[in-house]
Design a protein around this ligand. Structure first.
Ligand code: ADP
Ligand code: MG
Length: 598
């Protein structure tokens, strides 16, 4: 056996497999180079999703012809200060991108240093095929054509141009978010798809992701020791059906990191339904020694020296920001826009809670209208319903009994469709979805008493048997101690059943059997390594949903006011556990506009 060194073109190709998986990764490397070169404007052109052409032009420092020749050699970089890899602040420094890309495509590098002439270098699949003077403004332009055309093994793994384009757009968005101070433009198959000027971060993020974020985003700005967390996250009422708009940056490098993604989920966990995702652009900055960004060749995964600390900062920081946003609700602002209100007959209550656009929480009809089959008895907060009201008309009005000051949610004036509380606040008209609001209050109450050593149990006179399948019964049995902490006392009862011996005292009477069935499904879904605490919170949300005041119940004015006051005092009361708003407000000024008084 004889040992030989790999020829350099093979080494390049192997490296290309690591650094350049698809057009989007080549694009990312090129744009990072432009940013490292101090570009103020990066212009990108793509064709065929980047498989036909990726071109990146910048107005950065440019390179001299001699530097250009070096730049396309392996492990040649201008970015390694004193070999202290931990302290590198530029994107690059491996010196692999250009030679790797040039080994698997037709590659043209044009560059010009201000005050000098431009130069062009052409490489075809690793072979230099020409060079000479080039005309271009100061800066650099890299053209990559026919990526992987002659590397069938890799070409095979490319997806449709549409999918490759989506990946390119995602990469551009991440980079444009990381550098709101730089202008970016993107053209695909001759169409201009994106063009952003330097702007403050929240503006840039809203421009790139969703204009609604300008109104329904929560700015984050936290410092803990040497670690800083900034950016924008959407309010729980402003969510999407997919986690496709979550952008995370560590030391201004776009990353996709499981730890961060998990932390996000935990921060929002009982604020939004499990199938909804917040829109997020978060920037984590920490000292170079506390993070290893170079774990992965494409540099999208990071390794933290103190992963739990980082997770804690994100979960805790976002929670407290969301807490402070308190009962702010996305629909409030939207509903306040007069354009959403109709002046004719068909003004439906459910319209008030419609999300402000595509991709947002759809208004669920679950609680929008009274649904007798869902009504249940027994409530904690509001339970002295008089039979008298059962046959009352669907809307009632009460004369003003209290002064309308100092209460953000105002004073109750009446109830509509036995579902919505109408209140008058100093600055406008408030409409509250009583079920959604009560559900939120019950959840917060349960969490509080669970935090104070456990929810008291109310023993059942007649224990109830719940028939389940065997794995379900196993799961409930395993969770029995946790459930007891929340005031639900259950025991195994034969191979495929459990028996309920007691229920959470603060919840009063309710259908505990249905709750246990839901929990069995819920626990199965949660399974896995989820933190005990988070799990308990989710269970509490299920409890709350089962036992809050249902739509369709007549409330007295005193009960309504009690509910409003409690909402004001409770964090997160602006939206129910499913992320729908619990109340909307129409500002007085908008009311006046509505009637042409202004
Ligand atoms: P790295 O970025 O890791 O240094 P690259 O192969 O991406 O490696 O680039 C090699 C070198 O080429 C860089 O260190 C830089 O000096 C130079 N270079 C690449 N792109 C540009 C550009 N757009 N403008 C100026 N210089 C560039
Ligand atoms: Mg580079």
């Amino acid at each position: 056996m004889s040992i030989r060194r790999l020829p350099s073109h093979l080494v390049d190709r192997i490296a290309a497999g690591e650094v350049v998986e698809r057009p989007a990764s080549a694009l990312k490397e090129l744009v990072e180079n432009s940013l490292d070169a101090g570009a103020r404007h990066v212009a990108i052109r793509l064709a065929g999703g980047g498989t036909d052409l990726v071109e990146v032009s910048d107005d950065g420092s440019g390179m001299s012809p001699a530097d250009m020749a070096l730049a396309v050699e392996r492990h040649a970089t201008s970015k390694l200060p004193d070999e202290a890899i931990e302290r590198v602040t530029s994107f690059g420094f491996r010196g692999e991108a250009l030679p790797s890309i040039a080994s698997v495509a037709r590659f043209t590098l044009d560059s010009r240093v201000r005050g000098q002439d431009g130069w062009r270098l052409e490489i075809d699949h690793g072979a230099r095929i020409g060079e000479g003077p080039a005309a271009l403004p100061p800066g650099t332009r890299v053209r990559v054509e026919g990526l992987f055309d002659r590397v069938p093994a890799r070409r095979k793994f490319l997806r449709s141009p549409r999918a490759e384009y989506a990946a390119c757009l995602d990469a551009v968005r991440r980079l444009a978010m990381a550098r709101p101070d730089v202008a970016f433009s993107l053209e695909h198959d001759g169409r201009r798809v994106l063009s952003v000027q330097p702007a403050p971060l929240p503006t840039r993020v809203a421009e790139l992701l969703d204009p609604g974020l300008a109104d329904h985003g929560l700015p984050i700005d936290l410092v803990r020791g040497e670690v800083q967390l900034g950016g924008v996250v959407s309010l729980p009422t402003f969510t999407r059906g997919a986690a496709d708009q979550q952008f995370l940056f560590v030391n201004h490098r776009p990353v996709k990191d499981r730890l961060l993604v998990g932390a996000l989920r935990a921060a929002y966990q009982d604020l939004i339904a499990r199938d909804r995702s917040p829109i997020v652009a978060l920037f984590l900055d920490l000292p170079g020694e506390s993070v290893d960004i170079n774990v992965h060749p494409a540099k999208t995964e990071v390794r933290f020296a103190d992963p739990q600390g980082v997770r804690g900062l994100i979960v805790g920081g976002l929670r407290s920001a969301l807490d402070q946003a308190g009962h702010r609700s996305a629909a409030r602002v939207q509903a306040a826009a007069p354009v959403r209100w109709q002046t004719e007959a068909d003004l439906l209550p459910s319209r008030l809670r419609e999300g402000p656009g595509e991709g947002l929480s759809p208004p669920s009809d679950e609680h929008a209208l009274p649904n007798p089959s869902r009504e249940r008895e027994g409530l904690a907060l509001v339970n002295d319903t008089h039979a008298l009201f059962a046959a009352a008309p669907a809307a009632r009005a009460e004369p003003a009994v209290a002064p309308v000051t100092d209460h953000p949610l105002g004073v109750a004036r009446g109830q509509v469709a036995n579902t919505y509380i109408v209140a008058e606040a100093e600055d406008g008209l408030v409409i509250v979805d009583q079920h959604a609001a009560h559900e939120r209050l019950v959840l917060e109450k349960l969490k509080r008493s669970a935090g104070n050593g456990g929810v008291p149990v109310q023993a059942l006179l007649l224990p109830q048997v719940v028939d389940l399948d065997e794995p379900e019964a196993d799961r409930i049995e395993e969770a029995a101690a946790e459930l007891l902490h929340y005031g639900l006392e259950v025991e195994r009862f034969g191979p495929a059943a459990v028996i309920i011996r007691g229920t959470p005292a603060p919840l009063g009477r309710f259908d505990a059997v249905a709750l246990v069935r839901d929990l069995a499904a819920e626990i199965a879904e949660l399974g896995g390594p989820q933190a005990l605490k988070g799990r308990l919170d989710l269970l509490a949300a299920t409890f709350a949903c089962h036992h809050s005041v249902r739509a369709g119940r007549a409330l007295s004015v005193a009960e309504m006011n009690a509910l409003l006051r409690e909402m004001e005092a409770t964090p997160h009361s602006g939206h129910c556990n499913h992320g729908r708003p619990t109340w909307v407000k129409l500002a007085s000024a908008d009311l006046e506009r509505l009637f042409g008084r202004k």
